[in-house]
Design a protein around this ligand. Structure first.
Ligand code: COA
Length: 260
C-alpha cells in the first residue's frame, strides 16, 4: 500500500511507522489518520510482525497535534464527527490492537500528538521531548481521548492542571508523572524502543494479545476486567504458544512461540 504522509518499515518481527510531515511538525490531518488506520490494520494482519514502534520524522516533533488549519472553520456537528471518527479509526483502534504498540516520542507531542502517544501501549521519550494538551488555549478541549487517558496515566489532579493550564511538561517531568516509561538521548531513542520490542517479541504473541485486552478492561467501565482476565487466562491453555512455552521451560530450552 502506498502512503503520502507516513512511512512503514518492517524488519523481521518489528514494524516502524513514521509520521512524515516534518514541515507541519507531523500534525495529524484527516489523510494521515486514514493512512495510519490502514497501516495498523495491515500490520495487525501480518503474521510476521510482533511489535510496532510509532514515531515522528525529523528531530523536532513526534506530532504537534491535530491539524489546526483543517478544523478551524468546523461547525458543532463537524467537530463531533472529527473527534468520533478519529477515536474510532486511530486512537481506540491502537489501544485495542492485539499487537504491542510503543510510542517513541522524539520531540513535541502536543494535543492529538500526546493523545496518539497515550493511545499506544506504552511510551519512551527522548530528552528533548515536550508534552502537553494545549487545546483549551485554542478554545476547544482534547477530542481524541485526552481527557480520559491522561488522568488514567498521571492521575486526576495532574491531568486537570495540564489540561487547564494548556502548558507543556518536559521529558523528566513526564517520567516523574509516569506518562512515559523511559527517557533516553534522542539518538538512542529508536534503538532503545527496538530493544524493548525485541524482548516483547520473544514472548507469546497470543498471551500478549490477551494481556493487552485484560489490562485495557481495567479502564473499561462497561465490563469487569477480572472476568476478561479469567477468560484470557483460560483461552491460553488451548494455544500452541502455551504448549511451547511450558514444554520449553520443562526441557530447559528457549521457547519459540508459533503465535497461535
Ligand atoms: N496543526 C497545523 N500545523 C501545525 C501544527 C498543528 N497542530 N503545529 C505546527 N504546525 C505547523 C506550523 O503552522 C508551521 O507551518 P508553516 O511553516 O507552514 O507556517 C510549521 O508546522 C512549523 O511550526 P512552527 O509553529 O513554525 O514551529 P515553532 O518551532 O515555532 O513552534 C510549536 C513549535 C509546537 C510550539 C508550535 O508549532 C505549536 O504551538 N503548534 C501547535 C500546537 C497545538 O496547539 N497543538 C494542539 C492542536 S489541537
Amino acid at each position: 500500500m502506498k502512503y503520502e504522509n507516513i512511512l512503514v518499515n518492517i524488519e523481521g518481527q518489528l514494524a516502524q511507522i513514521t509520521i512524515n510531515r516534518p514541515n507541519k511538525l507531523n500534525a495529524l490531518n484527516k489523510d494521515t489518520i486514514q493512512e495510519l488506520h490502514g497501516a495498523f490494520t495491515q500490520l495487525e494482519k501480518n503474521k510476521k510482525v510482533r511489535a510496532i514502534i510509532i514515531t515522528g520524522s525529523g528531530e523536532k516533533a513526534f506530532v504537534a497535534g491535530a491539524d489546526i488549519a483543517e478544523f478551524a472553520n468546523f461547525s458543532v456537528k463537524q467537530g463531533k464527527k472529527l473527534a468520533a471518527k478519529g477515536q474510532e479509526l486511530l486512537f481506540n483502534f491502537i489501544e485495542n490492537l492485539s499487537k504491542p504498540v510503543i510510542a517513541a516520542i522524539n520531540g513535541f507531542a502536543l494535543g492529538g500528538g500526546l493523545e496518539l502517544a497515550m493511545a499506544c501501549h506504552f511510551r519512551v521519550a527522548s530528552t528533548n521531548a515536550k508534552m502537553g494538551l494545549p487545546e483549551v488555549s485554542l478554545g476547544v478541549i482534547p477530542g481524541y481521548g485526552g481527557t480520559q487517558r491522561l488522568p488514567q496515566l498521571v492521575g486526576r489532579g495532574r491531568a486537570m492542571e495540564m489540561i487547564m493550564t494548556a502548558g507543556m511538561i518536559d521529558a523528566a517531568k513526564a517520567l516523574e508523572y509516569g506518562l512515559v516509561n523511559h527517557v533516553v538521548p534522542q539518538d538512542e531513542l529508536l534503538g532503545h524502543c527496538t530493544q524493548l520490542a525485541g524482548k516483547i517479541s520473544n514472548n507469546s504473541p497470543v498471551a500478549i494479545s490477551y494481556a493487552i485486552k485484560a489490562i485495557n478492561d481495567c479502564f473499561n467501565t462497561s465490563v469487569n476486567g477480572y472476568d476478561t482476565e479469567i477468560d484470557g487466562f483460560g483461552k491460553c491453555f488451548g494455544t500452541s504458544d502455551f504448549k511451547e512455552g511450558t514444554s520449553a521451560f520443562l526441557d530447559k530450552r528457549k521457547a519459540h512461540f508459533p503465535g497461535k
